[in-house]
Design a protein around this ligand. Structure first.
Ligand code: AMP
Ligand code: ZN
Length: 136
């Protein structure tokens, strides 16, 4: 289903113009308007799914395949040194547009971006406690 009030639905389906890197039957890959680095792109499904918890598994699998193809193209053409795939779910995790999308962020030596996290130092008991909760 498409949502006419959703900007990414409108962009993915070509109702709002975008800088399209590539497109297939189910997805459009566009340049992000607020890029972390040159070539930062977004993989947008043409159907509306709010986030990772709403997108069906077959669509999720195809999203990753599309991201892999677009990432290879961008990395090669822009001669990136590395590349991050980022996918945010929920405001707490940094999601600002409630339409599933994957970020493709090419990385260049010295680009000044920091997409990594600060590692914690949990005790064995804390790690065991977390695992118990997940598996309960
Ligand atoms: P997120 O924070 O994971 O929801 O990512 C949303 C991303 O969409 C941000 O990186 C924005 O810069 C980008 N964005 C928002 N509106 C547009 C738009 N109209 N065209 C391209 N990128 C957009
Ligand atoms: Zn949408």
């Amino acid at each position: 289903m498409k949502d006419n009030n959703c900007i990414f639905c409108l962009i993915a389906n070509g109702n709002i113009p975008s800088r399209t890197v590539m497109e297939n039957e189910k997805f459009r890959v566009i340049l992000d308007l607020g890029p972390a680095t040159a070539g930062h792109a977004l993989v947008l499904p043409k159907e509306h799914f709010g986030d990772l918890f709403e997108i069906p598994a077959d669509w999720a699998a195809d999203a990753m395949k599309t991201a892999q193809e677009a990432a290879a193209l961008i990395k090669e053409k822009l001669q990136a040194d590395g590349l991050n795939i980022v996918q945010n779910n929920g405001e707490t995790a940094g999601q600002t547009v409630h339409h599933f999308h994957m970020h493709i962020i090419p990385r260049y030596k010295g680009d000044g971006q920091n997409i990594l996290w600060k590692p914690g130092k949990p005790s064995d008991a804390e790690l065991d406690g977390v695992l118990e909760k997940i598996k309960a």
